[in-house]
Design a binder for this molecule. Structure first.
Ligand code: URA
Length: 496
């Protein structure tokens, strides 16, 4: 039997070195146990070696009691890059069996180098699911860490408490270093702590929650911000819990607002129903019949899940998260903007900041219910340059628009809208696949042989940037007129 003791829960190099030696010595998975220093049962305390020293048989030599391998022991063994990538991520999972399962897959790869391509293989599927759980946990950490300010500027430091599900602190730290490059911060967790001094990340052992600060003056800013982006019309408590699981609420300042805001939203909804009681009922929208492509296309929920890990360009690095499109799976109209802004990046929802408020106002004035439309962006990550504590919006370039277009195309295939509204030059570029002037082409629906009808119009943030009030009013009216074409389209009987 071989007992391998790794230096830490995230000791990928130790695992790799030991696994390589074991597989070359033809040691079967059943003949290896894996532990981490500090976690091992007392039985192993005395003789157990460090992984860095390689494999150590404590009761039998390498190769003894091995399972029959379908190939002879080899002196070299080329491991597919996909396996190495999977192992690097999976090793961060909290399941104590992860080292053994990885070794089992490595062992089987020797006989079947194509194994990584067999997604239904139980070993591959289990490890892929574990890697997905780790990546998801990293996303949650990116989104839910809230720093509290300790001390006063210029000597202040930002400290956050977080409880990750997996061993992700070290892997997630570079994200915070990029995102909050100009402040000194520490993220404290029970497993490990990450610290940034403006130059490098340092990792120290985990601490108890009592070490985390509990109050500060940033709290109020968060509360104001959260209340301002909270949209009762789009309140979906189930989805909210899935995105922001209750376990994270206790560390979020805005959690205190969730209950009152939900209660208030229910009251507002009741008031809206009461006010609407005498209004003529809208004809029920008929769902189009299912076509073959309904089955072929991925659902929006699935696409959103896939897009969380998009690395097609570098914009994911400094961004908080992918901001995917939102709306009914069978919306008749798809609104396309440029890219999420600062608020959208933090909230994870499109058009919730100032441009979103402008869009909401114009839609309402044109007689369109935003909840009936699918709202998305040509580029799904926020592009910005940091300026002190502000993040300045940057226009996405052609290669970023192209890299992200796959998501727009898949959203289009999934939702199958009858009409696409491209708002602004970036959206027009993505939708039409080429740079297209807006002003020359706006004011009417454009028929297309290869897709839904199209309306080109300006981006709502263009209206926000206009310096003089007259121009703003005039351009806003033109924008509403464009959207009225959409409203007229929506009033037409549903074409299947
Ligand atoms: N601007 C956009 O284009 N999209 C958003 O989601 C927000 C601002």
């Amino acid at each position: 039997m071989h007992h391998i003791r790794l230096d830490s829960d995230t000791d990928f190099d130790g695992w790799r070195k030991a696994a390589r030696e074991l597989v070359l010595a033809d040691v079967a998975p059943a003949d290896v146990t894996w532990t981490v220093v500090g976690d091992e049962p007392e039985l192993f305390d005395a003789p157990a070696p460090q992984a860095g020293a390689g494999t150590t048989p404590t009761s039998s030599p390498p190769g003894a009691s091995k399972q029959p391998a379908s190939s002879a022991p080899a002196q070299t063994f080329n491991v597919p890059a996909r396996f190495v990538e999977l192992a690097r991520t999976t090793i961060l999972h909290r399941d104590p069996q992860r080292f053994a399962w990885l070794y089992q897959l490595l062992w089987r790869l020797r006989a079947n180098p194509e194994l990584m391509s067999i997604a239904t293989d139980p070993d591959v599927a289990r490890l892929q699911a574990m890697a997905k759980a780790v990546r998801r946990d990293e996303h949650k950490m990116h989104a839910f860490v809230r720093f509290r300010e300790i001390g006063r500027e210029p000597k202040s430091r930002y400290v956050a408490w977080f409880e990750p599900e997996h061993h992700i602190v070290e892997a997630a730290a570079p994200f915070f270093a990029r995102r909050f490059a100009d402040m000194e911060w520490s993220i404290l967790t029970p497993d490990a702590c990450a610290h940034w001094d403006g130059h490098a990340v340092a990792i120290t052992p985990g601490v108890a929650k009592a070490m985390a600060p509990s109050e500060d003056r940033l709290e109020e800013t968060w509360l104001t911000y959260y209340a301002s982006i909270f949209n009762p019309a789009r309140l979906k408590t189930k989805a909210m819990r899935a995105e922001m699981p209750k376990k994270y609420w206790r560390n979020l300042p805005e959690a205190a607002l969730i209950k009152p805001l939900i209660a208030d939203a229910e009251r507002s909804a009741q008031a809206m129903i009461a006010a609407d009681a005498s209004a003529p009922k809208k004809p029920q929208r008929q769902e189009p019949p299912m076509t073959k492509s309904d089955h072929a296309a991925d659902s929006i929920a699935r696409l959103r899940d896939e897009a969380r890990d998009c690395r097609a360009c570098d914009l994911w690095k400094p961004a908080t998260q992918t901001v995917f499109g939102e709306g009914p799976q069978r919306a008749r109209v798809m609104l396309v903007g440029e890219q999420p802004g600062d608020k959208e990046d933090l909230a994870g929802h499109p058009f919730v900041g100032p441009a979103g408020q402008m869009l909401d106002r114009a839609l309402a004035e044109a007689g369109i219910d935003r909840a009936e439309t699918y709202v998305t962006n040509a580029v799904k990550h926020f592009k910005f340059v940091p300026r002190g504590k502000i993040r300045l919006h940057q226009k996405p370039n052609t290669s970023e628009i192209k890299a992200c277009r796959q998501w727009y195309e898949r959203e289009l295939a999934s939702v199958q809208p009858q009409l696409v509204v491209a708002m602004g030059a970036t959206a027009a570029h993505s939708v039409l696949g080429k740079i297209t002037p807006i002003n020359k082409n706006r004011g009417h629906l454009i028929d297309r042989d290869d897709g839904p009808q199209l309306l080109l119009t300006v981006h709502p943030s263009y209206l926000l940037r206009l310096p003089d009030a007259d121009a703003r009013q005039r351009e806003y009216a033109r924008f509403v007129d464009d959207l009225k074409l959409v409203a007229a389209h929506l009033k037409k009987p549903h074409a299947a």
